[in-house]
Design a binder for this molecule. Structure first.
Ligand code: ADP
Length: 604
């Protein structure tokens, strides 16, 4: 779709040009004009001209003590200082000049009026006209929105718009939105039966899951104009500007109905009004205006408002009540099938080898959003070009997932021999503990090539299918696996290294969540001890318990992690021979696959 943007030059820019022109005019042109009009000459010249009968009109200005006169033809004006001369009258009479009752204007009054009043106004008007013409032209003619207060971008109707088929996965969201498309195609069908379409639809989900895309796809499918504006664009420095932008946006939307208005990041204006000191007046006014506008237009006018946010809990309840944004569509992170579809959609844009196993890539990229998957595919294409291949291969895709997870390979990071050994044992420790616990996901890859993220090596575990639930046992096993790296170091080198900091962080987080949120401790049973905010933006945790309980929780977390750590140590102790063998193998190879790992592990 064509996005029409309005280029902006600050108004001050035009005004300064006008002022500059006026100043130049006054300083240069005016004195020049004045000079051209009256030429100062000496008294002798005046007398000579009188004697030679060259004078035209003469005016004696007693007050200024000067004589102003013209030549015979009246084409030039002169002036000269007056000298007391009793013969002056006689001399003038003899010269044949006209001097009685005639007044010579130094400058033409009409000309001076034109120059000082009319010309500046004409300049102002011309520049104003020029500016508005330019804006009209830039805004793209009658189809687009104009010169108003809202800067909503319009995606003009076009046949090459984004379609539902471009948005992979997200089937539930698409189903909900298909109804809207249907309605925009034929509102009468709905009117007849008395059904009303929701005025507003809220798309809720983590960043990069395709909310904007879905909104554009609705417009593309319904083939209607698409107004798009971000919540933050409404918020201005001056109170009231945002509100007038909202008014303006809705006015235009109604003119263009049926159409879709999309407000991205609506939480920027839709936050709860809490009346706190130092509250944001401008934002509240904007929100009030939005509420009023949404009430203002009747149902079935054909204006559908879509809004996206990843902080639905912060929205004002007045905004989410029925009659305004009365439908909420979750746009979640894609599941395995969704990820595979998204990868395939984006793979159409690049050249890929035939034999790529998309399912495997999708499994490896667990937890990735649509935007991240698009990025992974593009990284693979870039890598193929870098290595001089014609198309991206499976290896490119796998490597690009690792790049997204762990950063690029550090080509010349030099580990000492001892360090390399420690890292090899550490990684095999993770993998071995994972493999020996029946319920842990299989290991697919282990590498000890340092990455730019700072990881010196890592073990990639990939789930076979979608996971929606995890049992207590699985979570405990996961903690054990996380502690497996450090356990191996302790077992083999009898010392600890700094390499386990990330494992420690993750293990603690998991253990804490088990106790405070999943009710997996005997002591606290099913009591929520923490609440989660911003679930789509990483999830901030806040404790909801007394200080005593918090201390108790800490003890339980420590005990749980310790228990799993000991379990991991035990597992490794029992498999010491395999640990050594695998670590040596990894040390030599630097990267080994899950199959190689399992083959060695299962050798008798
Ligand atoms: P959001 O508005 O949810 O933050 P966007 O709609 O802007 O995310 O998506 C960003 C990019 O991610 C899109 O341009 C697209 O390339 C990719 N993307 C996200 N979700 C999908 C999807 N379901 N199918 C295909 N591409 C997707």
């Amino acid at each position: 779709m064509n996005e029409v943007k309005r280029p902006k030059k600050p108004l001050i820019y035009y005004y300064s040009i006008v002022v500059l022109i006026l100043l130049l005019f006054n300083f240069l042109a005016m004195p020049w004009i004045a000079q051209r009009q009256v030429r100062e000459v000496d008294y002798g010249t005046f007398m000579d001209m009188a004697e030679n009968h060259e004078l035209g009109q003469v005016e004696v200005d007693q007050q200024e003590n000067q004589i102003i006169f013209t030549n015979k033809e009246g084409t030039a004006i002169y002036k000269t200082g007056m000298i007391p001369d009793p013969d002056l009258k006689q001399m003038l009479r003899d010269s044949g000049a006209q001097f009685e009752g005639e007044i010579i204007q130094q400058t033409d009054p009409l000309l001076s009026f034109l120059l000082t009043w009319v010309l500046p106004i004409v300049i102002f008007v011309a520049i104003g006209q020029y500016m508005s013409n330019r804006m009209m032209k830039n805004a793209g003619g009658p189809n687009a929105m104009m010169f108003g207060k809202s800067n909503a971008k319009v995606y003009v109707k076009s046949s090459v718009g984004i379609r539902f088929s471009d948005v992979a996965g997200e089937d539930e969201a698409k189903d909900s939105l298909k109804e809207i498309v249907e309605y925009l195609h034929d509102p009468s069908k709905y009117r007849e039966i008395g059904a009303t379409m929701p005025k507003g639809i809220l798309l809720v989900g983590p960043p990069g899951t395709g909310k904007t895309m879905l909104a554009k796809a609705v417009a593309g499918e319904a083939n209607v104009p698409f107004f798009s504006m971000s919540g933050s664009e409404f918020v201005e420095m001056f109170v009231g500007m945002g509100a007038s932008k909202v008014r303006d946006l809705f006015k235009q939307a109604k003119e263009k109905a049926p159409c879709i208005v999309f407000i991205d990041e609506i939480d920027a204006i839709g936050k709860k009004r809490d009346g706190q000191l130092g509250g944001n007046d401008e934002r509240e006014q904007t929100l009030n205006q939005l509420l009023t506008e949404m009430d203002g237009f009747e149902e079935n006018t054909g204006v559908i408002i879509l809004a996206a946010t990843n902080r639905p809990e912060s929205l004002d309840p007045a905004l989410t009540r029925p009659g305004r944004f009365d439908r909420r569509i979750p746009v979640e992170l894609p599941d395995l099938k969704g990820r595979e579809d998204i990868l395939k959609v984006h793979a159409k844009k690049i050249k890929v080898a035939q034999e790529v196993d998309w399912n495997k890539i999708a499994r490896m990229a667990s937890g990735a959003s649509g935007a991240e998957l698009a990025n992974i595919v593009n990284e693979a294409a870039l890598r193929a070009v870098r290595d001089g291949r014609q198309y991206a291969t499976q290896a490119d895709l796998e490597e690009s997932i690792e790049v997204v997870i762990a950063g690029y390979q550090k080509k010349n990071a030099i580990l000492t021999d001892q360090e390399k050994k420690v890292v090899a044992y550490h990684e095999i420790g993770h993998a071995l503990v994972a493999a020996r616990q029946t319920n842990s996901a299989p290991v697919t890859k282990i590498t000890i090539i340092p990455r730019t993220s700072g990881a010196l090596g890592y073990t990639m575990q990939v789930d076979e299918g979608n996971r929606y639930l995890m049992s207590q046992e699985e979570l405990e096993n996961k903690i054990a696996t996380l502690t497996g790296g450090r356990a191996a170091e302790e077992l083999v080198f009898h010392s600890a290294s700094t390499g386990a900091s990330n494992d420690i962080e993750q293990a603690t987080k998991l253990a804490r969540a088990m106790i405070t949120r999943y009710g997996m401790s005997k002591d606290f049973d099913m009591v929520a001890l923490e609440t989660m905010q911003n679930q789509y933006l990483g999830g901030d945790i806040s404790l909801a318990c007394s200080a005593d309980t918090a201390a108790e929780i800490d003890k339980l977390v420590v005990a749980l992690v310790k228990r799993e750590h000991e379990k991991a140590y035990r597992i490794l102790e029992e498999n010491r021979a395999k640990l050594d063998e695998l670590a040596q193998y990894l040390y030599e190879k630097e990267t080994i696959t899950g199959e190689e790992f399992m083959a060695i592990l299962n050798q008798k």
